[in-house]
Design a binder for this molecule. Sequence first.
Ligand code: DX5
Ligand code: ZN
Length: 215
Amino acid sequence: MTACELTPSILSCDPSQFRPAVRELMEAGVEWIHFDVMDGQFVPPITFGHELVASLRSLGETPFEAHLMTLTPERHFQAFVEAGCSRVTFHVEVAPHAHRLIQTLHELGAQAGVALNPGTPVEAVRGVLEIADLILVMTVNPGWGGQAFLDPMLRKVEQLRSLKPDLTIQVDGGIDPVHLRRAREAGANAFVSGSFLVQQLSLADGVGQLRAACG
Ligand code: DX5
Ligand code: ZN
């Protein structure tokens, strides 16, 4: 289990600059690139599909992960894995068969992440902690970048860490150096950041600040 995985999101980047942004993040040494996929149903916005991911895959070796904020995530698994994602995260709120979906992702050769909305308790994923590769604790309500970090979510991170010491626990939403440090103290070890990075002098500069907060 890596102590501190930086998994930046390009959601807040100018779409016309996705290529240079991904290249810059790769060169800055992040562990993953996080693609926020929204279908306009599970969350109101619509973002992008697997074709975008495929178009960026040749930029380098950094692993890609898809965060599927979609009503029927299993319909998209194969497309995003074939587009070059090594990890796919779906929301437990739309997955009564979460255990089988994780098996499906493993059969496709990908890691499986399961996401919890702010209103969803940790109990919703207790049955899959042994087979999930990652649990994503949303620290904002999904759908938009640039929202404020929800402090009460730190309790869920603590609960998950006590349930499974070797689990990859990712937090996503409102992450800047201060909140990264607080989430890390609570037990998180993977960090998505979007708008904080685009607000810095450069994406690389923002990554440096987050890496420093990892300690
Ligand atoms: C929100 C997405 C997050 C978001 C994070 O639905 O899942 O990944 O882009 O963005 P910031 O860091 O701006 O909160
Ligand atoms: Zn996300």
